[in-house]
Design a protein around this ligand. Structure first.
Ligand SMILES: [Zn+2]
Length: 353
């Protein structure tokens, strides 16, 4: 009887002493206790290495990106508390801007790294490293941000634009996103990306290019009226000596998501405006292969008030799901940029301007 009793006590003891520790081993909470970042070289590429130390290993984590904030890299850490790490940290700026540590819910941390470039799989790595006693480093979660590989090929060239002066107007910008696609793509980002590609090809072909904006901004300033903003764009052409063509780049949008295709608009100030629109439209259709909505007269402010032949291209419908996908792709942007340059070259040849 006493033996039985002792056995029961023994089993009970086993339960109390060992089981809780087994449970805790799985649900043990990590505390962050170490932080360091530095830039190193790897095969001639700069790498920003961020090391976050934890008080023990077996970390469960997952890595995410956000299509609406493409420069953010997000890492969720399960069973983790912030420990003595600061919540907001400024990074070196060249590869990473800053990072934040947030507790989303109890024992669920989220680390957000704001990168200088888009978070693309080939440009970051997330992994863990064992504790390194010699270097006095604990078990770590490591985030490597790699310098984007520069394309070695120079931009393409077109004929007919050498010595010409062209003003490019990437539609919208800053406080004005322009139209927004069903997946969140903003017109202002597409128009700027395409305009920058057009500029690279034109400059490489010997043309002089001036942009109404070179980054994500309002041209007149915040809180301007539409007319002030559009006149500020026209003024870039007017006050750039020798301007020969004014070209505004946009994406179309319509309430019905089925609307699609490419169109070019002009205001018939003289014969050259229609020729410019025709040459651009023809090249855009040949390159992009979208439905041809033709050239159209329109009372648009910038084409009407520009002092030189002017056109406004609507590359595709950002409100159409398929065309939004195209507008956001580098490949389609490249094709349309090349087409615009060919169209400009043809225009100068056709008109002798
Ligand atoms: Zn627009």
């Amino acid at each position: 009887m006493q033996k039985l009793f002792m056995r029961a006590v023994g089993i009970l003891l086993l339960c109390f002493v060992f089981l809780p520790s087994l449970c805790l081993a799985n649900g043990r909470v990590h505390a962050l206790n170490y932080f360091q970042y530095h830039v190193l070289q790897e095969n001639g590429r700069n790498v920003l290495r961020i090391e976050i130390g934890l008080d023990h290993d077996n970390l469960e984590y997952s890595v995410h990106t956000n299509q609406y904030k493409p420069k953010q890299l997000i890492i969720d850490l399960q069973n983790t508390e912030i420990g003595d790490i600061r919540q907001d940290i400024t990074l070196d700026g060249r590869l990473g801007r800053y990072m934040t540590f947030r507790e989303l819910e109890r024992r669920h941390m989220q680390v957000m790294v704001s990168l200088a470039a888009q978070a693309q799989p080939q440009n970051y790595r997330v992994y863990t490293l064992k504790a390194d006693r010699e270097a006095r480093k604990p078990f770590r979660l490591v985030i490597d941000v790699l310098e984007p590989v520069q394309s070695v090929s120079s931009p393409a060239q077109v004929e007919g634009v050498t010595g010409k002066t062209i003003v490019l107007d990437p539609g919208h910008g800053g406080s004005d996103s322009g139209a927004v696609g069903p997946s969140g793509l903003q017109e202002k980002d597409v128009t700027l990306a395409v305009a920058q590609k057009v500029r690279a090809i034109l400059q490489n072909s010997g043309a002089r290019v001036v942009m109404t904006r070179e980054d994500d901004r309002d041209v007149y300033g915040m809180n301007a009226t539409d007319q002030q903003e559009l006149q500020a764009r026209v003024n870039v052409g007017t006050y750039t000596p020798g301007t020969q063509v004014f070209l505004s780049i946009h994406c179309n949008s319509f309430s019905s998501p089925s609307a699609h295709g490419t169109a070019t608009y002009y205001y018939p100030k003289g014969d050259a405006d229609a020729t410019l629109a025709e040459d651009l439209q023809e090249a855009l259709i040949a390159a992009g292969g979208l439905s041809d909505r033709g050239i159209n007269e329109a009372n648009f402010y910038v084409v009407k008030h520009a002092a030189v032949p002017a056109a406004l291209v609507e590359l595709a419908f950002i409100s159409n799901y398929n065309e939004e996908g195209l507008l956001g792709s580098a490949d389609f942007q490249d094709k349309m940029a090349m087409a615009i340059c060919r169209g400009l070259g043809k225009f100068f040849q056709d008109t002798g301007i």
